[in-house]
Design a protein around this ligand. Sequence first.
Ligand code: GLN
Length: 309
Amino acid sequence: MKKVTEDELKKWMEHVRIYANNGKVADYIPALAKQQPEINAAAFYHIDGHCVAAGQTKYLFTLQSVSKVLALAVALMEHGEDAVFSRVGLEPTSEPFYTISKLELEKPSKPINPMINAGALAITNMLCGANSEEMVGQILQLIHKMLGDTSIDYDQEVAKSEYESAFLNRSLCYFMKQNGVITGSVEELLDAYTKQCAIRMNIQQLAKIAAIFANDGKDIHSDEQIIPLYYARICKTFMVTCGMYNASGSFAIKVGIPAKSGVSGAIMGVVRDSGGIAVFGPSLDEKGNSVVGIKLLELMSKHYNWSIY
Ligand code: GLN
């Protein structure tokens, strides 16, 4: 597949920068409301180890829902497929990521998939650890291994800000606790979940994580199998069916790659046999996806023929 050059990536970013004010920065998490819509960055990490980047490449952003893929990978590695799918379903949904209504409809009331908030909370509830620090530590450990960088951590201000304002996520937890989908302390779980969502990195680092998924879970440089192939495939399949929330259908048609977005404005995308792309732009459309990010991926996927379909 044709490689992406730095000049090309810069040119694509120029094309999409004009959309930076077309959406709205997430403000239901107070600390995220401060993000400047003009800050944009993109990187492509080829599976041969070559990375190109454009925009504010040193800017650190939080993963938010992109972390759901990594938490899922950890839960699969810790407990296996059967245990994970006894807690969450495998189907996409046309509801927004914060939906609560579906929980009541499902019998048993397990969340419909691990990419919506309820499902992600149920997954985080499975992570091994005596407290929130140890639980998020499992995800950080995986990220440290993927990036070869043990300095990656979560943003304390963003984590605290979400923890203090996560009333809907609290409601989801209490509903699931009542129905036996989650166990233990709701506050500890929310603490772990909001820390997980606040894990912070730059654009090249997120692109490298996506590249490892493109490389079937293997390290780019050493070829060590960091995530077992089958689990990496499960993660990628969820990215296809529900990674872009209830916009996953139109994204499949317009872009056609496994991808996961977060309300910080981050998106990671997996380009088969080629590498990982990451794009950041905090202005979101009405479904919670980065406007600049979606535009960039649409243009690039068409140009480089990335669609898996
Ligand atoms: N931390 C956010 C939340 O739980 C993540 C949501 C998202 O990125 N879509 O609401």
